[in-house]
Ligand binder design. Structure first.
Ligand code: KG4
Ligand code: ZN
Length: 351
């Protein structure tokens, strides 16, 4: 693939044709070690090594996560290069998640990326993890048209983002407390399910009916709150167990379906409001929770009713993955937006 850019100099239009870059991208912000190689906008490989050691602790243990990243990063990068059929010497840039995330985890990816960029003499591109979740939509056609709205839902974030361009995004609304992924995971924990519980709640919900009502939190504007629903679930379970000590076991499917529906209702109410307020009809979802089957189905059905063009990423691009880091880096590469060796990992980052 070739890329073409135009420069106007004193009334003369110069067309520059350049080879698309090969970018090695690294993601290590939480508990998945991932590496990908992209050529232009095309994903050649996308390897994710999932850390399973955390399940025993009911959540991600930061110290354990960074140690696992250290062990996995080299084999994961090797697999990504092999999968793409390229060598380190073919690379034109190294991209990495700078933040937000767990500092110890981020440092492993950032240090590896900085060392590789220095050794190869190629540019280093830092990427914001949440921008990358949004830009994962450009890994595969059809792409959303700008401006579009993206509901970004993960274990650490719940945001409605107005995306004006690849490098021009603004948050219209976000959670005031817990992220929706956290609400899924904490619900699962209360139900005695292992971490990460979101996918399991989804699995049981598919076999149940949403027969238990959970009240939705009233939050102004386009913001969210998910801390109240946890308490509601806790009291609901306590009352149920009082009547029947095996209440959870007997009602797992219906409890999961009810909680999931309440969470999705909350997400959709504000997403619809954002669409109404902005008049935008290109609507996307991103982040780990966008893998949820109920949310995907609901976006399709509500989107059809509201005449939206909906963009739902492949499962591969919903979860944390390095291909999305590579795509975000590609847009920055085109603008020569590079970082120096003084760049450091950042647990918290301005959007
Ligand atoms: O984006 P992600 O992989 O990592 C973060 O950046 O946080 O999102 C992880 C979150 C976890 O809370 C996980 O339980 C949730 O996404 N998740 C799901 C599903 N798959 C992953 N939640 C509900 N239903 C799913 N199918
Ligand atoms: Zn994420």
């Amino acid at each position: 693939m070739m890329s073409v850019s135009c420069i106007l100099v004193r009334d003369t239009l110069y067309i520059c044709v350049m080879e698309q870059p090969y970018i090695l991208a690294i993601e290590s912000s939480c508990d998945d070690t991932s590496a990908a190689v992209i050529h232009g906008q095309k994903v050649l490989s996308n390897i994710v090594s999932v850390q399973t050691a955390h399940a025993a602790y009911g959540g991600v243990v930061p110290e354990l996560a960074s140690r696992e990243h250290q062990q996995h990063i080299i084999p994961v990068v090797d697999a990504a290069l092999k999968g793409a059929g390229v060598t380190m010497q073919d690379l034109d840039a190294i991209a990495v998640t700078r933040g937000p995330g767990l500092l110890g985890s981020l440092i492993v990816g950032v240090t590896y990326a900085k060392a590789s960029a220095l050794a190869l003499g190629v540019p280093l591109v830092e990427v914001h993890h949440m921008h990358a979740h949004v830009l994962a939509h450009f890994a595969e056609a059809p792409y959303p048209e700008f401006p579009f709205l993206c509901l970004t839902v993960s274990g650490g974030h719940t945001q409605i983002i107005l995306v004006n361009g690849p490098l021009d995004m603004e948050i219209l609304g976000q959670t005031k407390d817990d992220a929706v992924g956290e609400a899924f995971d904490k619900t699962a924990k209360m139900l005695g399910l292992p971490y990460p519980g979101g996918p399991l709640v989804d699995k049981y919900a598919q076999q149940g009916e949403a027969i238990y009502p959970f009240t939705l939190a009233k939050v102004p504007e386009l913001d969210y709150s998910f801390s109240g629903i946890k308490t509601a679930i806790l009291y609901f379970l306590r009352a149920g167990i009082k009547e029947d000590p095996e209440f959870i076991k007997h009602n797992m499917n219906n409890i999961c379906a009810s909680v999931q529906q309440a969470l999705i209702d909350m997400l959709m109410v504000k997403l619809k409001l954002a669409a109404q307020q902005t008049g935008i009809k290109d609507i996307a979802i991103a982040g780990g929770v966008s893998a949820n089957s109920g949310l995907r189905a609901r976006l399709k059905s509500d989107g059809l009713a509201a005449d939206w063009n909906c963009y739902i990423p492949d499962f591969e691009y919903c979860r944390d993955n390095a291909a999305m880091i590579g795509i975000a880096a590609y847009f920055k590469y085109l603008k020569a937006d590079f970082s120096g060796q003084d760049m450091t990992a950042s647990a918290r980052m301005e959007f």
